[in-house]
Ligand binder design. Sequence first.
Ligand SMILES: Nc1nc2c(ncn2[C@@H]2O[C@H](COP(=O)(O)OP(=O)(O)OP(=O)(O)O)[C@@H](O)[C@H]2O)c(=O)[nH]1
Ligand SMILES: [Mg+2]
Ligand SMILES: [Mg+2]
Length: 287
Amino acid sequence: MANSEYGYVRNFEQGDALPPSNWIVVRIDGRGFSKLCKKYNFEKPNDRRALDLMNAVATEVVRSFVDIVLAYGQSDEYSFVFHESTGLFERRAAKLATSVATAFTAEYCMQWSTFLPDQPLARPYPTFDGRCVCYPKHSILRDYLCWRQADCHINNLYNTTFWNMVLKGGMSTTEAEQALKGTVSSDKNEILFSRFGINYNSEPEAYKKGTVVYRLYVKDSCVNGSLKPENTGDKVPDTASKTQLEKERKRKQKAQIVIDHPDIIGDAFWTAHPYILASKRGQDHGE
Ligand SMILES: Nc1nc2c(ncn2[C@@H]2O[C@H](COP(=O)(O)OP(=O)(O)OP(=O)(O)O)[C@@H](O)[C@H]2O)c(=O)[nH]1
Ligand SMILES: [Mg+2]
Ligand SMILES: [Mg+2]
């Protein structure tokens, strides 16, 4: 059929392969979740059940795409970081974004009743959009993750203060909005403490920092994020053999997946887990 008179229509398709040696972030975001959260009476500003659902779903997505090295989530979004060396779907942007977003959507709907058993899901069902962004350097990828975590903190501090003023302080939403105009972080901390007896620092880490999902490897079982080659002495081949790649894939599938709420702006998390963003052998760009 390829050579039929209709074959030429393929020429209208646009290539969308992402550049090599870039970290690829697929960020998914809930469509119209402001409305959805109202419809299902999600607790304000954070609904633990909805958050747990998002994290359980992200864990399954990480499990099913072995080239995802880390995922970071907050609110109705999750960023999935694919290793810079991934060859999945020939790095085609649309395939990556749609595959992750649809996997997330399907899993979210399937797991909904486990986390919100009293709220039967009805149409329009929750959906998530997805986009790919490339980061050419490990340091820029780190800045991207800092950006999302800082956003989580800023929004959570605002929302926590706002909803306390409304739900406990008896203000209307307009009054609370007006009162918070022009305030900085320390003002909000002070409002929370003096009016509601809340020490913001004691709020749950999951709300303040968002969630990180990653594979936990037993110490020393990996070299630069790759399986330590067996029976090769100290020699590490530049290009992994098919058997090695297959072994590595299996090891990733079996690895324990961790859900945690660490600070990812500072260095401590990255120093403790150097394999997460490690370049593979032969692909180190000397950063
Ligand atoms: N009540 C409540 N709302 C939440 C929770 N998590 C997320 N949201 C809401 O979800 C919305 C997410 O914001 P956006 O993604 O910017 O907006 P959206 O309505 O999803 O719109 P689009 O993403 O543009 O389709 C915000 O309104 C949040 O307040 C929660 O745990 N509780
Ligand atoms: Mg949204
Ligand atoms: Mg959002």
